[in-house]
Design a binder for this molecule. Structure first.
Ligand SMILES: Cc1cc2nc3c(=O)[nH]c(=O)nc-3n(C[C@H](O)[C@H](O)[C@H](O)COP(=O)(O)O)c2cc1C
Length: 223
């Protein structure tokens, strides 16, 4: 697949077949994605590939904490509420997803269930937890590097017929992920990526998100 087709055809996958993903294939994807650039070639990432029982325990722990109102705990500061155009775009993708799933605005039960899917890592067979060493703090540039690496992972997976969703919800209870994935205390958890074979019958997988026109966010200087 040409790069332009690959990047434009990829979309987040939020429903998966129960089919397992082989360790060899995941290793091949990571071997490709690690060619992502990083600041001064520091390659500040660790990848914890989780499946089976430990992933089940993460799903259960995440849901238990969320149902019991345990406050979010991430390993890095984050703005909790978007505003203005960012909020509008956040609402835009939520509306697309809820419409596809047939979830009405006032259907609290199904909305809650949808949110819980995120904490269950969208029931994907595999979750890749990306971390970096705490000693890199203040780590904005390393976090940037993990972003580049994440995109490379989801593209390499897509090229091989696998779907992913980069999943911030999955690490909102970072102590749960740390405990069940056995993540060392000297690493910060940045993000997780749900991965598996897409379930084409899952309506939300048909959603294609939108992007702004270049004129909205590009300035050319000195042309
Ligand atoms: C850092 C990051 C965190 C994300 N967290 C979530 C999440 O918690 N739940 C979710 O459904 N999608 C999550 N996504 C997926 C975005 O919603 C998705 O990338 C965006 O809407 C654009 O859609 P696309 O990936 O299909 O192009 C996340 C994406 C990124 C990059």
């Amino acid at each position: 697949m040409h790069f332009s087709d690959l990047i434009q055809s990829r979309k987040s996958i939020r429903g998966y077949q129960r089919k397992p993903v082989s360790r060899e294939l995941i290793d091949e994807i990571i071997a490709v994605a690690k060619w992502a650039p990083s600041s001064m070639n520091t390659q500040p990432w660790h990848v914890h590939v989780v499946t089976g029982e430990p992933l089940e325990r993460i799903r259960q722990g995440n849901m238990h904490n969320m149902m019991n109102g345990v406050p979010h705990q991430r390993d890095f500061p984050m703005k909790e509420e978007y505003e203005g155009e960012h909020r509008q775009r956040q609402i835009g993708i939520a509306v697309q997803l809820f419409e596809a799933m047939g979830i009405a605005r006032d259907d609290k039960v199904r909305r809650t269930d949808w949110v819980m899917r995120g904490f269950r890592q969208f029931d994907a067979p595999v979750s890749l937890v990306l971390t970096y060493d705490k000693k890199l703090e203040p780590a904005a540039i390393s976090q940037f590097d993990l972003g580049a690496f994440s995109h490379a992972i989801v593209l390499a997976a897509w090229e091989r017929g696998l779907g992913c969703v980069i999943n911030g919800q999955g690490i909102m209870q970072s102590s749960v992920v740390r405990e069940h994935a056995g993540i060392p205390e000297d690493q910060n958890i940045m993000i997780c990526i749900a991965m598996g074979y897409p379930d084409d019958s899952f309506a939300a997988n048909q959603v294609k998100s939108v992007r702004e026109d270049n004129e909205q966010f590009v300035r050319y200087v000195g042309f």
